[in-house]
Design a protein around this ligand. Structure first.
Ligand SMILES: Cc1ncc(COP(=O)(O)O)c(C=O)c1O
Length: 479
């Protein structure tokens, strides 16, 4: 691991107009003085901090339209959009606290659990390549052979431009792996959720989804115009209360959960979910984006993990981009479900088919997964090792259960930004999750652990995290 300071992070700091020392405690005092709490926005925090520090700052447009912005010319400016103002607010906080932007880092190359950023190597805890298949020679060879035979694109949607044997092979291998009748592959995991939920559900229907569901589920709910209600994360009692209250008011109902949650690294209670969906007459959709290849002795996911018949779940969803080292998404389930999607889902009917190398890579990765369950055992063991060491080191791992994703909660977003830079300087690439994705004071680092990390890399990462976090607490106390 690298000990020296990382020059990349330092170079990316946009302005040095504020001295960082003493700023974090000042920030905290200001938060209290200004009556800001967990519901305060980043913009409010930055505003009070900047005002009190007298720091020079760009003028940020207020939420209420000014008189001049009510005329037609200015309302057409992209800079007026609240989406842009949020970006400015985050940039401003970065400038005030001299924190480099951790997002959109450009990686030069990757090898197993290591990566290169601007010519320097890092131990990588920010990749979903859970079984290291992005490095597997059989996966790369399959993609190259597919290009040689079919080219790089299928040019249009499969319904009109036709499909290739690669699509059929992938879909039947996925259905077989899940032990269900059929499967269909989309070009994007995100589009899979949006299109599937948007196609199946109507304004007469009810969707109840876990509060920590992926954005693609939320967008799918909006598209469907069904009544969509969130239940408290992983709280099946809360789910049942919503079913009792609302199920009878709607024609059809859908429950959506993730098998293994990408945000907190915990596992959905599939047996209870299946019991509830059967009791209340609802469909159950399980997003296995992070569970495939990780849960169950053979990596078959949540059903194998809990020993549940996969046919008791109506809609299995997953992505090709994580364990399967490709790009795209899939739905697996009954033949009639797949027929509906193939002829009605906009993400299939009006979008291009998977490119040949991506379909071939996913099939080859699935074949390696089937043939090499020892990779699954390794990722599970590595996840457990990380979690037990992190807990022993006194890190706050929230509800993480360990298989492949461990979140370490560090506090406010400024602390997260500072620690993120120090992690990079110490040779670790791991990204923070900050407000508004999580509450203002619950910023966290998500460590994605793969079968390819060594025990030494895991032990060192936990030790560095502990050192930085304790150092940051001691500095804040002393100031
Ligand atoms: C739970 C979950 N579902 C769906 C997706 C979307 O998949 P993709 O990135 O392959 O489009 C993701 C991506 O991170 C995810 O975490």
């Amino acid at each position: 691991m690298r000990e020296e300071h990382n020059s990349i992070g330092a170079n990316m700091v946009e302005s040095g107009e504020d001295t960082a020392s003493g700023v974090i405690p000042a920030f905290k005092r200001l938060m209290i003085r200004a009556g800001l709490n967990a519901r305060a926005t980043v913009g409010e925090a930055a505003q009070s901090l900047a005002d009190a520090c007298g720091a020079r700052r760009e003028k940020i447009a207020h939420d209420k339209p000014s008189q001049s912005s009510q005329n037609f010319t200015s309302s057409q400016s992209f800079t007026d959009l609240s989406a842009y103002r949020v970006i400015l607010k985050h940039r401003e906080i970065g400038r005030l606290f001299r924190i480099a932007n951790p997002f959109y880092r450009c990686h030069d190359a990757r090898k197993g659990a290591e990566t290169w950023i601007e010519g320097r190597s890092y131990v990588n805890f920010a990749s979903y390549d859970y079984l290291g298949l992005n490095q597997h020679p059989a996966v790369a060879a399959a993609a190259k052979a597919a290009i040689d035979r079919f080219g790089t694109s299928v040019s249009a949607s499969r319904i009109v431009a036709g499909e290739r044997p690669l699509h059929r092979a992938l879909e039947s291998a996925l259905a077989d792996f899940y032990g269900v009748e059929a499967a269909v592959a989309f070009v994007s995991g995100h589009a899979t959720n949006v299109s599937t939920i948007g196609t199946l559900m109507t304004p007469d229907d009810l969707i109840i989804y876990d509060d920590l569901s992926h954005n693609s589920v939320i967008v799918g709910c909006k598209l469907s115009r069904a009544t969509a209600l969130a239940f408290r994360h992983n709280d099946t009692d809360a789910l049942e209360r919503l079913l009792q209250e609302h199920r009878h008011l709607h024609k059809r109902a859908l429950i959506v959960v993730e098998g293994l949650y990408s945000m907190d690294g915990d596992v959905a209670d599939l047996p209870r979910l299946v019991a509830l969906k059967e009791k209340y007459g609802a469909w159950l959709m399980v997003d296995e984006a992070h569970a495939l290849g990780v849960l169950g002795a053979h990596g078959r996911g949540s059903a194998e993990h809990f020993g549940i018949d996969p046919n008791r779940v109506d809609i299995w969803m997953g992505t090709l981009s994580k364990t399967l080292a490709s790009c795209g998404g899939y739905i697996a389930g009954k033949q009639e479900l797949i027929d509906i999607l193939k002829y009605q889902a906009p993400g299939l009917v009006y979008s291009v088919g998977l490119s040949p190398p991506l379909a071939a890579a996913a099939s080859a990765a699935l074949a390696v997964l089937k043939a090499a369950p020892e990779r699954v055992a390794r990722v599970q063991a590595n996840g457990k090792l990380f979690l037990s060491r992190a807990r022993a080191a006194g890190l706050d791992t929230g509800t993480s259960e360990g298989p492949s994703i461990v979140s370490v909660i560090v506090g406010d977003l400024i602390t997260a930004g500072k620690i993120g830079e120090r992690l990079l300087a110490r040779g670790l690439n791991v990204l923070p999750i900050i407000y508004p994705a999580v509450p203002l004071k619950a910023a966290r680092f998500r460590f994605f652990i793969t079968s390819e990390h060594s025990a030494k890399q895991i032990a060192e990462a936990v030790a560095i995290m502990r050192e930085l976090l304790h150092g940051s607490r001691a500095r804040n106390k002393a100031a």
